[in-house]
Design a protein around this ligand. Structure first.
Ligand code: GFB
Length: 323
């Protein structure tokens, strides 16, 4: 079902506006003629139900983009399971329920491709959800995100609310987390390649075997897809948001080194986890609605590298401490 939702003149709360995706959504919404609402951490703690309810009551947004989440790479997910499960459950439960209470017209919840079973068919269709066991390194985050999808569906089913969900693939771009302990692979490789180049190292070490495949989408493409869904999609089922192509991590490492200009050797640290072998999403549903990504991987990496160089993150990092 495709229903037009006019954003012009609406008050749209982007929860998580300081994050990579939230900030990209704020940039993208500038073209829609809506009023963008944001709330910084000091003003609003999304873990606290009473605070979220009071903020919603006082601000009464027409639409909500729920991009706030506790996120991190494979090691952070594996090391802090309680934080990833608890914080994400609280954030989504508080916001979705408060949106129901104040009569929000449209809510878009963001999940992740890790909601799908570890050994899901590739490319992964939306209906692979809950058909098999999850990848153990991120099952805590995945369970929280599955609960978020179900919450949005439950308010649609029980109360007729126009709450929808999008499942983005692995994202990267400006404003990413470049901390080597907690980041995802792409920002980690950008930082490692940059620092190895500056130091004149002979080698660069990546985690795992390098054989897992991942699909990457630039945050600006993701934001464009999310605004597209907000305006045109109104249905029960969540929608995959990806680039349609995946790449082995070792090839990604070579590509990042090329873009950054590091010419040394790449070494694999197999004491670190590989995670799921492959998670390429089936983007046919979103493509059939008329949406396409625009930013190619090489171009996107060059853009992310430029944004890394423009931040204090480009200063040499302290030696990596164990988590
Ligand atoms: O991006 P990443 O941390 O998360 O790792 P996942 C992807 C792959 O890159 C894994 C490898 O096979 C890593 O072992 N890798 C190689 C590295 N070198 C590095 C490195 O220096 N840093 C990192 N971080 N990885 C996350 C989930 O899974 O993806 C989250 O844990 C979420 O829940 C997110 O779903 C999108 O793709 O494995």
């Amino acid at each position: 079902m495709t229903t037009a939702y006019e954003l012009a003149g609406k008050r749209v709360w982007v929860a998580g506006h300081r994050g990579m995706v939230g900030s990209a959504v704020v940039r993208r919404l500038a073209a829609e003629g809506c009023e963008v609402l944001t709330a910084g951490r000091a003003e609003l703690d999304l873990i606290r139900q009473a605070d979220v309810e009071a903020w919603m009551e006082a601000n009464r947004p027409d639409a909500v983009v729920l991009a706030a989440a506790k996120v991190g790479g494979i090691l952070a997910n594996d090391t802090y399971p309680a934080d990833f499960l608890y914080e994400n459950l609280m954030i989504e439960a508080n916001i979705i329920h408060a949106a129901f209470q104040v009569g929000v017209e449209k809510l878009l919840f963001l999940g992740s491709s890790c909601i799908y079973p570890k050994l899901a068919p590739q490319p992964i269709p939306e209906d692979a959800l809950l058909t098999g066991p999850l990848e153990p390194t991120n099952e805590w985050y995945a369970v929280a995100k599955i609960a978020g999808i179900k919450l949005a569906q439950a308010y649609r089913k029980q109360h007729g609310r126009d709450f929808i969900s999008a499942m983005p693939t692995n994202l990267y771009g400006p404003g990413d987390n470049f901390d080597l302990n907690s980041s995802h692979v792409l920002p980690a490789l950008i930082r490692k390649a940059h620092e190895a180049k500056v130091r004149g190292d002979a080698t660069l070490t990546i985690w795992g075997t390098g054989s897992p495949r991942r699909e990457f989408l630039h945050a600006d493409d993701c934001a464009d897809a999310l605004v597209f869904l907000l305006k045109t999609y109104s249905d029960f089922e969540h929608v995959n948001v990806g680039s349609g192509e995946d790449i082995p991590i070792i090839d990604l490492a070579h590509l990042v080194c090329e873009v950054v200009g590091f010419r040394g050797e790449i070494v694999c640290d197999t004491s670190k986890p590989d995670g799921t072998p492959r998670k390429l999403m089936d983007g046919a549903r979103l493509a059939a609605m008329g949406w396409r990504p625009r930013i190619g991987l090489r171009e996107g990496i060059a853009d992310a590298y430029q944004s890394f160089l423009a931040t204090a993150d480009a200063a040499p990092s302290a030696p990596m401490k164990p988590l």
